[in-house]
Write a protein that binds this ligand. Structure first.
Ligand code: ADP
Length: 423
């Protein structure tokens, strides 16, 4: 009965400023078509008559400023039209950012806004970033998107942070096209697993983004939008402060948490504008399990594409042809450390790893570093492989890779994150 009901074709007539919200049942699909009027999905306009397909678990909002007619097919949960949304608030934020960009347009000494979106998990941080980026790029801007969320990042696979210049609006079905993102290897899905390393990489990323803005005036004028982790207490809070300082942010948008807002106002210099904004009622809280699945899906998409349209390669790599490292040595008490070193230095130390069964199913980042002289930790990575087999006898690893052999570089960084390739 229920199944039949949910397969029915549904039509929704939306008044101006309304939004259709729906969730696709897990392992199912739903399609959306704009019949008339104008509408957008998280800031990207949808095209009339085009059929958009969304995979299982997708949570979508179709917003209209002007009113529209939509057709929805497939197995969706709780499809409904909401009249109350914070979209006008988000649009005003965009208008404010655009004002700063206009000033930079006519004054070479100024740069565009650097804005950071913060808040607990599941308040729509990534969605607000997407919205602001899409609105900017639709006006001809080329903003830089920085993603510091190591758990649910949108630019790359979990366990990394990175940045990318946004050239066109996000694809409604697939998100931002990943053209040359700049990615650094962190190796854990929690920012708290190695705070020293996380902060070091955030500082490095901030420097690289600043250099890009120096070199490219259009990026400099357009500014930066920074997405962050949902860990906002204790050390997590300190890490947000660190990121705000490293990137020299001008604006912090705090979603949904007044306490966090008050703390940031208290602790940051007055030059940093902090604003409090509501979350959208459409953002659904995800269970721990849903978050784990989303992480797995990101990795699967990296290797197989969003609709399983890619065929990754599987090949062998000789132990002797690569150098595998991990970051962080076991902590020693200060009394046992060599003179002049502190125990925490161990956390950002590069340690050689001998291949063993322990590598099995781990993700590995391929560093751009070309020689042992490079600072591998602070060098960006070019791609990822996954260890599917370790043959100690033949001294060979079998790896899953989106690219055919050989590996583009030989310095590899092992991640704590595992992926079971079930294909
Ligand atoms: P956060 O970055 O804070 O963890 P996200 O931006 O990833 O939160 O949003 C969580 C989920 O809610 C995403 O799947 C997103 O697609 C969905 N979502 C966001 N805004 C809406 C909305 N207005 N209606 C329905 N779903 C939404």
């Amino acid at each position: 009965q229920r199944q039949k009901e949910s397969e029915v074709v549904q039509e929704f007539k939306l008044d101006p400023d309304n939004e259709l919200r729906f969730e696709v049942e897990s392992k199912e699909k739903a399609t959306l078509e704009l019949k008339s009027g104008l509408a957008e999905v998280f800031g990207t306009e949808i095209v009339k008559g085009k059929v958009y397909t969304f995979g299982g678990g997708s949570k979508i909002a179709v917003f209209t400023w002007q009113g529209c007619l939509l057709e929805l097919r497939g197995k969706t949960e709780a499809a409904y039209v909401a009249r109350e949304t914070p979209m006008i608030i988000y649009l005003n934020t965009h208008a404010g950012l655009e004002q700063i960009r206009k000033k930079a347009d006519s004054d070479e000494t100024k740069r565009g806004p650097i804005a950071m979106v913060v808040g607990p998990t599941d308040v729509g941080k990534s969605t607000v970033c997407k919205l602001l980026l899409n609105y900017a790029v639709r006006m001809g801007r080329r903003p830089i998107y920085v993603d510091l969320d190591v758990g649910q990042g949108q630019l790359s696979i979990p366990g990394t942070i990175g940045a990318m210049a946004i050239e066109r609006p996000a694809d409604v079905e697939e998100g931002f096209s990943q053209v040359c993102p700049l990615i650094y290897h962190y190796g854990y899905k929690e920012p708290g697993s190695n705070v020293m390393l996380y902060n070091l990489l955030v500082t490095k990323l901030a420097q690289t983004v600043a250099e890009r803005m120096e070199a490219n005036r259009q990026n400099a004028v357009s500014g930066v939008i920074i997405n962050t982790c949902g860990w906002i207490k204790g050390q997590g809070y300190q890490m947000l402060i660190h990121a705000a300082k490293a990137f020299e942010v001008d604006l912090i948008i705090v979603l949904d948490q007044e306490r966090l807002y008050n703390e940031l106002v208290r602790d940051l210099p007055e030059t940093v504008k902090v604003v409090f904004q509501p979350k959208s009622g459409g953002v659904v809280e995800r269970s721990r399990q849903a978050r784990i699945e989303a992480r797995d899906q990101r990795i699967r998409e990296y290797f197989y594409g969003s609709a399983a349209q890619f065929y990754p390669h599987s090949f062998e790599v000789r132990f002797s042809d690569v150098k595998i490292f991990k970051i962080g040595a076991p902590a020693l008490p200060d009394s046992l450390m060599p003179l002049g070193m502190k125990a925490e230095d161990q956390l950002t130390k590069l340690v050689t790893v001998q291949p063993s069964q322990q590598l099995l199913h781990h993700l590995i980042s391929i560093s751009m570093a070309e020689s042992g002289d490079d600072d591998i930790i602070q060098t960006n990575v070019t791609g990822f492989i996954c260890v599917n087999n370790v043959d100690l006898e033949r001294q060979m690893l079998t790896v899953l890779s989106p690219q055919p052999r050989p590996l583009p570089r030989t310095r590899l960084l092992i991640s704590d994150i595992q992926y079971m390739d079930s294909h």
